[in-house]
Design a protein around this ligand. Structure first.
Ligand SMILES: [Zn+2]
Length: 838
């Protein structure tokens, strides 16, 4: 429940496909409107308008598009053709590109595909023929490269900037860098050139590539093909299924379905979230493809896969800005604060999630889809571009570790947080950035036969040719909370306006007369005979919303209406998540600027997308109020039989003896050093800003890194006490993933072997003190973090480490306790003096 788009219940997926069948399927593109497209097998019920029918008016979106368009005009087509030509022995005098397009980088050629898509969108949206002319040149030259392929020893139809033998390596079980991923970009670019700019040659070249892909993959057994699919292949199933819907050539569908990845589709079809550890952006395009395959075949399994995937990623794998992935991987579900880093939220992922969201909406127009779309558009996509770059350079990741910044760096450009460049970057996000910032007009309005959906509040003018009307939307949203729609022309149709889930008490005025309230999280329906000059005014009141992270309710984000706010920290490094006083947040003027007190200093909060060229934080620690000092957890381990142990405070579920842990004869737990450990319940220290953890331990053997206790999520987010490190001393340490170093306290020596020792660690006010047998043995008065940042730790152990490469504890443990405050030295001494009584 951390993002507004997951507030309302998702009602399940059944019905989406049924509802779609039989409804009118309006043309999806200008070309389709001319009758070029065949009818799909499971036609969407909702369709977009052609990009040519929606003009952006002045806004941040328009500015971003202008910058990217300037780059599209600037970039040298011959440099992006260079390696395609070289690859087939055609002459080229162009200077080779750098970055991911460099002659020795296996992904070379992908940017040429993105460029074709971006040029198609820019042409369609602006009508400027310069984009079409450049693209026609690119397509014509690519056609020559494809024609020269057989002469260069390649299979007919092959078109690539790298040699075909890369596919031999792939089919032999190797892992080259994503050859089908790159071909997919080129194919998608050609398809966009055909659909949006009407370039017939682009379709011919694409068909040639599809025939090559069919020839290449038809020779493989199912198992061999599944092995090929281990390596990122972009949306091959997507582009081939779309091509099939244009051509109705069964070979195109057959080839698309060869890219159905069993290992990923299987669990999703069964409703299982097995995404943790998978490379995120490898998966999202194939799920987009699943929707296309549903459209091509009517097989609802594809739609089930896509809807389950969307729901799972949005609800359980997405950060507060709508993005997903840490270091490009999906994390275990609901791990957010425990997975903050500078490399979170690869921007391509959200580009692809928005594609998926849009397609799912076409089949099942739920407001929550467009709520997510708006949220991620404003909070991630808009801000990925540097507003100071005349060419619309983009970052690769959107880092969410406090103190991250989006910054300009030279050189090869996948370095985290850096913006791209003219010729030395060409990362995947430079590519998807070109596309994102040339298609803002494609999701503001959708339609069915007589219904207009108003999804986004982006200043724009829609020409609805079939109904002979124009709709002009004027607003400074989100700097103001009201948007005004003016109808030119006449006719009866239904207007459905999205009332976002984040608003409250939305109001509508028609022709300046109050038309009542509208419910958040719905589409407001206005059905009437519209007359020239009719106006609709929608006011969507905004307020501050604090949202708790799922794994740590004491770490929160704050948004205002649709925008996530971020604290601007200029050049100041942050070592950890700053603590904020939520009551201190004040509006700073009539724009979206706020001030607050965090970490004892004043900080300015502005929309996250506007934070550029400075360090920032989106996540804030929100300390709890004062609590009565008490013992909050105690496992005395007096049971002596069975495999469960009771919490004496009657607060927590039973702990469990696992993996060979047994009872001693005198009321303790014996651990064998081979897997035996105690599993404690999750959440034991959640919400504690100060604490004491105490236990008795009697190690038989001192193995480096063996744990007395370890509470955490994974090997980078933990709080532990080990009997000995490589330095020969016991150590207490804690860390959350994004921190560069752990907080720790070393004891004077190891925990002694062969005898019972009472161990205790107290933490409060930036100090941690470690005690053995009631006497201080080490302290650290310069803690960076507080236990509060650990949150509801899921993996809480006695005798076992978060890190599976560490040994288990061999020995005995007893009487594990947690207090919600730091015991004094005298208190710890008294606890020790009580002795080991169960
Ligand atoms: Zn990327």
């Amino acid at each position: 429940m951390r993002t507004p788009f997951s507030r309302r219940g998702f009602l399940g997926v059944a019905g989406g496909a049924v509802a779609a069948v039989g409804l009118t399927a309006p043309a999806r593109t200008a070309l389709a409107a001319d009758g070029a497209a065949a009818v799909a097998s499971a036609a969407p019920s909702v369709a977009p308008f052609p990009l040519s029918g929606v003009a952006l008016l002045a806004s941040r979106f328009h500015d971003n598009m202008d910058r990217t368009c300037a780059y599209l005009k600037f970039v040298d087509a011959d440099r992006l053709l260079h390696m395609f030509r070289v690859n087939v022995g055609l002459p080229s005098t162009a200077e080779p590109c750098g970055g991911w397009e460099a002659p020795n980088v296996q992904l070379r050629g992908h940017s040429t595909g993105h460029l074709l898509s971006a040029l198609a969108q820019a042409h369609a949206n602006t009508g400027d023929d310069a984009y079409a002319a450049k693209a026609r040149y690119l397509v014509g030259e690519l056609a020559k490269c494809q024609a020269a392929a057989p002469g260069a020893g390649y299979t007919t139809g092959y078109l690539s900037a790298f040699e075909e033998k890369v596919f031999d390596q792939l089919e032999a079980g190797g892992s080259p860098w994503a050859p089908y991923y790159t071909l997919h970009k080129v194919m998608a670019g050609l398809l966009d050139q055909y659909r949006l700019s009407g370039d017939q040659q682009a379709l011919d070249v694409l068909k040639g590539m599809a025939a090559w892909a069919d020839a290449r993959t038809s020779k493989l057994t199912h198992d061999q093909m599944q092995s090929v699919l281990r390596v990122e292949f972009g949306g091959m199933n997507d582009v081939l299924a779309e091509l099939y819907m244009l051509t109705r050539d069964p070979a195109h569908l057959r080839t698309a379905q060869r890219f159905d990845h069993d290992a990923v589709f299987g669990p999703l079809a069964a409703g299982q979230d097995q995404l943790a550890g998978l490379h995120a952006n490898t998966q999202i395009p194939k799920i987009v493809g699943a929707v296309r395959e549903y459209e091509a075949t009517g097989d609802t399994r594809y739609l089930d896969i896509a809807t389950f995937f969307w729901r799972t990623v949005v609800r359980h794998h997405s950060y507060a800005i709508g993005g997903n992935s840490n270091a490009e991987l999906f994390c275990p579900p609901d791990q957010i604060v425990s997975q903050l880093g500078e490399n979170t939220c690869e921007n391509c992922n959200s580009y692809n999630m928005l594609k998926l969201t849009r397609l799912l909406f076409f089949h099942d127009p739920r407001p929550e889809y467009m709520d997510y779309y708006e949220w991620t558009l404003y909070n991630q996509m808009l801000g990925e571009q540097d507003p100071d770059s005349a060419h619309g350079f983009c970052t690769y990741y959107t880092g969410l570790w406090p103190g991250t910044q989006r910054q300009v760096k030279g050189g090869l450009g996948a370095d985290p947080g850096s913006y791209s460049s003219d010729y030395t970057n060409f990362s995947c996000d430079h590519g998807t950035g070109m596309e994102t910032h040339t298609k803002f007009a494609d999701s503001i309005y959708f339609r069915t036969g007589r219904t207009l959906y108003v999804n986004l509040f982006i200043p724009s003018e829609l020409a609805w040719a079939e109904r002979g009307v124009r709709i002009r939307q004027e607003t400074r949203f989100p700097d103001e909370d009201t948007t005004r729609l003016t109808v030119s022309g006449e006719g009866r149709f239904t207007m459905k306006i999205r009332i976002p889930g984040w608003t409250r008490h939305a109001r509508v005025r028609i022709n300046r007369r109050d038309a009542g309230a509208a419910h958040a999280g719905t589409y407001l329906t206005i059905e009437r005979r519209w007359r020239d000059g009719d106006t609709v005014e929608v006011t969507l009141p905004m307020g501050l919303d604090w949202r708790k992270a799922p794994d740590n309710p004491q770490v929160q984000t704050v948004s205002y209406g649709p925008v996530v706010l971020a604290g601007g920290y200029g050049g100041t490094q942050l070592t950890t998540i700053p603590a904020i006083d939520p009551k201190s947040v004040r509006a700073g003027g009539d724009d979206l600027t706020f001030t607050a007190t965090a970490g004892g200093s004043d900080v300015t909060l502005i929309p996250f997308s506007e934070i550029q060229h400075q360090r920032y934080t989106v996540y804030w620690a929100v300390p709890p109020g004062p609590a009565k000092p008490r013992l909050t957890v105690r496992y005395p381990f007096g049971e002596g039989s069975g495999t469960t142990a009771k919490d004496a405070t009657k607060t927590w579920p039973d702990a469990t003896l696992v993996g060979g842990a047994t009872w001693t004869g005198d009321g303790a737990v014996a651990l064998d050093g081979k897997g035996g450990h105690v599993a404690l319940p999750p959440g034991l220290i959640s919400g504690l800003e100060a604490l004491t953890i105490a236990a008795w331990v009697n190690p038989e053997e001192l193995a480096n890194s063996a744990r007395v206790f370890d509470l955490g999520f994974h090997k980078n987010t933990y709080l532990f006490l080990t009997v000995r490190t490589g330095l020969g001393k016991a150590r207490f340490a804690m860390k959350i993933a994004g921190m560069s170093a752990e907080d720790y306290v070393d004891a004077a020596g190891p925990i002694p072997a062969g005898t019972w020792t009472h161990v205790a660690v107290t933490i409060a006010d930036g100090s941690a003190v470690l005690y053995f047998d009631g006497a201080e043995t080490g302290r650290n008065d310069t803690l960076v973090m507080s236990p509060l940042l650990l949150g509801a730790t899921q993996l809480n152990y006695l005798g076992r480490s978060q890190n599976s490469s560490h040994p288990y504890l061999q020995g005995q443990v007893d009487d594990f306790r947690v207090y919600n405050h730091a015991l004094s030295a005298a208190d710890v001494a008294a606890l020790h003096a009580q002795g080991r009584t169960s």
